[in-house]
Design a protein around this ligand. Sequence first.
Ligand SMILES: C[S@@+](CC[C@H](N)C(=O)[O-])C[C@H]1O[C@@H](n2cnc3c(N)ncnc32)[C@H](O)[C@@H]1O
Length: 234
Amino acid sequence: MKGKEWYQADEVAQEYDAKRFSKGGRLIDRREKQAALDALGPVEGKDVLEIACGTGRFTVMLAERGANIVGLDISAAMLSQGREKARAAGVDDRIEFMRGDAARLPFPDDHFDAVFAMRFFHLADTPVKFLTEMARVSNEQVFFDTFNDRSTRVLYNWLLPMGSRLYSRDDVTRLLSDSNLTLDDEAHDFVFPYGFYRKIPNDIADEFRGLDRAILDSGLGEKLASVSYWDARV
Ligand SMILES: C[S@@+](CC[C@H](N)C(=O)[O-])C[C@H]1O[C@@H](n2cnc3c(N)ncnc32)[C@H](O)[C@@H]1O
């Protein structure tokens, strides 16, 4: 897995948020966080595990809402950014950041109420192994996103240095079934892909987002969306 190595570099970790979530990328950050909140619901007092937590975008947000949260990632450099973010937000004492491989989770079965991973499965060369591990340590919910084949993302996907796997609906259906998970809810978004938004200024991005939403609402949502959010039950 190239993504496993790519994010180990200090400079990649230091630039991670600024590269992706400044300019038009801000609306992506908001939308992804909303997707996680919609799926996880109220998290106060819930035991939550975030796989591939990276710089802690979701970890910190959920700790601020009262979750008992563990953020696991294989990159010490990304975790270090996460720890800094948690300190700045004043929630560092409420998060356990842990270095580890998502293929071998150091937790007993059914340990968490919810286990989720954002922007991880496109890096996975053995997705069933990862999703099975997530399902094993959750007693209820597993939530994750995928980047879709047959979307505008194919235009630049092949150029990405960390590698990026695209999924069809059939791929996800098979993946869920092979991991003994049942799909409970799903959402599909972003006709214009993330890579487009993060290259353009914020105000122009808002205009494109309006057009994006109109296309999605026209009924073509699932067919054209570049990102899907999958909410499953064990
Ligand atoms: C694109 S980043 C996403 C980070 C975060 N989830 C977010 O959305 O901002 C992918 C993350 O997956 C982590 N990763 C890759 N392979 C992993 C593995 N086998 N186990 C745990 N983390 C892994 C990388 O270190 C990186 O932090």
